[in-house]
Design a protein around this ligand. Structure first.
Ligand code: ARG
Length: 459
C-alpha cells in the first residue's frame, strides 16, 4: 500500500517486526465503524461521489460480515488491521475502494479506532464493577448484624460486622467506577480528521464524524490527536487501581478460607483440589486475582514507558500501545467476574467469626471508653487501666466480659457492674453509631443509600 517508491520489498524480519495485525485485529469492528463514519462524511461533503461512497459503505458491510464469520486474516504483508480491511474492501468492490483513504491517514485512523475500543473497555469494566457492587450489597444486607473481628496489623482490633466489612469494598469499587467515568469523559473526543498530523486540505466535517461515532466532538489539535495515548494510560491507571482493590478482597478470601480462620467456605465452583492432598480446597481464583494485579500494573508501566520522551507526532513505538491495553482488559475482566462469583457464592461462617471476635479482647477499647465516659478518667489513663484488665483476663484464661467484677475492681476501683453492658461484642458494635461506623443500624442505612444510588443510575 505504501510501496510506490520502493524497488525491493521488506525483509521477512522487517515484515514481522512491523506487523501489528496479530494483535490489532481486535480493532476490526472499530476500524469498520470509523471507516463507515468517514466515508459517509466524504460522500456528504462531495469529496467522494455519493455513488462511490455508497459502494464503499456496502463493501465495508460485506467485509464486516466476512470478518464476523471467518475471523480477520493475519497476513504480515498487510501489516495492520487498517490495511487488511482496505485490501478486503478492494477485493469486494475493486479500485473504488482506494477512495476511502481520502483525507485521512492511518495515524488518525488508529487513534480513532483505539479510542473507540478503549471507551468500550471502560464501559465494560464499569458494568462489571457494578455487578460486583450489587453482589457485595446483597451479601452485606444478609450480614449487617454478623459480628466479626476487625483487624489492624491483622491483629484482632475491634469487633465490626461482616456487612460493614463488605461495604468497605463497595465504596472502593464506587470510586473505581468514578475514575473510569472521569477518564471516559476526557477520552470522548474524536481524532478522526487530524489526518497524518497536520489536518487536511479537503473540506471535511469533523463534527459529523465525531457525532456519528458517539463522541462529544472533535479533538482540537491535530498534532495532539495523533500522538497522545493518555486516554489509554488513564484506562490502565483506573484498571490498576481497581485491580489493587480486587487483590485486597481476594487476599481476604485467601485468609478467610484458610483453616485457622475458617471464616468462609468457598463454593465448589470457586475452589480447586490438590492432586496429592485430598483434603485440600484451594482458593486458586482468589490467588490469581491477587496475582493479576501485578500483571495489570505491568501493562500500565509498559505503555507509560513506551510513551515517555516521544517527540510529536506519531512514532511507530506507539504501535506497541495496544498489547498492554488488551492484556489488562482481559485480566481485569476475568478478575472482576471471578470476585463477583466468589462473593455471590461464599458461605460465610459467622459462628467462627463471632468466636474469634469474642476471644481476641476486641472490646478493650470499649472498656477504656467506658472509663472515660462513666468514670471521668482521661483516655490515656483509661488505656493503661484497660491494658491491665486485658493482662488479667489473659492470665486467667478468660474473655474480658468473663472477668468477675471483683477482678475488675482490683484493676481499678472506679469500675462497676454497668461495665458489662459494653463488654460484649454485640454491645460494642451497636455503640459505634458515628456516621460511617459499624453499628448494624448504620450499616443498614449505608446499604439502603447504596441500593438507591444504584437504582437511580439505572433510571
Ligand atoms: N499499525 C499502526 C499503529 O498501530 C497504524 C499507524 C501506522 N502509521 C504509520 N504512519 N505507519 O500504530
Amino acid at each position: 500500500m505504501w510501496g510506490g517508491r520502493f524497488a525491493e520489498g521488506p525483509s521477512a524480519v522487517m515484515r514481522e517486526i512491523n506487523a501489528s495485525i496479530p494483535f490489532d485485529k481486535r480493532l476490526w469492528q472499530q476500524d469498520i465503524a470509523g471507516s463507515q463514519a468517514h466515508v459517509a462524511m466524504l460522500g456528504k461533503q462531495g469529496i467522494v461521489a455519493p455513488e462511490d461512497a455508497q459502494t464503499i459503505s456496502q463493501g465495508l458491510d460485506a467485509v464486516a460480515a466476512d470478518f464476523e464469520r471467518d475471523g480477520v486474516p493475519v497476513d504480515y504483508a498487510l501489516e495492520d488491521i487498517h490495511m487488511v480491511t482496505e485490501s478486503a474492501l478492494a477485493e469486494k468492490i475493486g479500485p473504488v475502494a482506494g477512495r476511502l483513504h481520502t483525507a485521512r491517514s492511518r495515524n488518525d485512523q488508529v487513534a480513532t479506532d483505539f479510542r473507540l475500543w478503549t471507551r468500550e473497555a471502560m464501559d465494560e469494566a464499569a458494568a462489571g464493577l457494578k455487578a460486583l457492587q450489587t453482589a457485595l450489597l446483597a451479601r452485606a444486607g444478609e450480614h449487617a448484624d454478623s459480628v466479626m473481628p476487625g483487624f489492624t496489623h491483622l491483629q484482632s482490633a475491634q469487633p465490626v460486622t461482616l456487612g460493614h466489612h463488605l461495604m468497605a469494598y463497595y465504596e472502593m469499587f464506587a470510586r473505581d467506577r468514578a475514575r473510569l467515568a472521569d477518564a471516559r469523559a476526557r477520552l470522548n473526543r474524536c481524532p478522526l480528521g487530524a489526518a497524518a498530523l497536520a489536518g487536511t486540505g479537503f473540506p471535511i466535517d469533523r463534527e459529523a464524524t465525531a457525532a456519528a461515532l458517539g463522541f462529544d466532538g472533535p479533538t482540537r489539535n491535530s498534532l495532539d490527536s495523533v500522538s497522545d495515548r493518555d486516554f489509554a494510560i488513564e484506562y490502565l491507571t483506573a484498571a490498576v487501581q481497581a485491580s489493587l482493590h480486587l487483590s485486597r478482597l481476594a487476599e481476604e478470601f485467601v485468609i478467610w478460607a484458610s483453616q485457622p480462620f475458617g471464616f468462609v467456605k468457598l463454593s465448589d465452583q470457586w475452589s480447586t483440589g490438590s492432586s496429592i492432598m485430598p483434603q485440600k480446597r484451594n482458593p486458586d481464583a482468589a490467588e490469581l486475582v491477587r496475582g493479576h494485579a501485578g500483571r495489570i500494573l505491568g501493562c500500565m508501566t509498559s505503555l507509560m514507558v513506551t510513551m515517555k520522551g516521544l517527540p510529536l507526532a506519531y512514532s511507530k513505538d506507539m504501535q506497541d500501545d495496544k498489547p498492554p491495553v488488551f492484556e489488562a482488559h482481559d485480566l481485569l475482566g476475568l478478575s472482576i467476574a471471578a470476585m463477583t462469583g466468589m462473593v455471590e457464592s461464599a458461605q460465610f461462617r459467622t459462628d467462627r467469626m463471632r468466636g474469634l471476635a469474642e476471644s481476641g479482647f476486641a472490646t478493650a477499647t470499649d472498656l477504656a471508653d467506658w472509663l472515660v465516659r462513666e468514670g471521668g478518667v482521661p483516655f490515656r489513663e483509661a488505656h493503661h487501666i484497660t491494658g491491665r484488665a486485658v493482662a488479667r483476663a489473659e492470665a486467667d484464661g478468660v474473655r474480658l466480659d468473663q472477668l468477675p467484677i471483683e477482678a475488675l475492681r482490683e484493676v481499678d476501683a472506679r469500675i462497676d457492674e454497668r461495665v458489662y453492658d459494653v463488654l460484649s461484642v454485640d454491645a460494642s458494635v451497636s455503640s459505634r453509631m458515628s456516621f460511617g461506623g459499624t453499628a448494624p443500624a448504620r450499616v443498614r442505612e449505608a446499604i439502603a443509600t447504596a441500593r438507591q444510588a444504584l437504582e437511580e443510575e439505572d433510571q
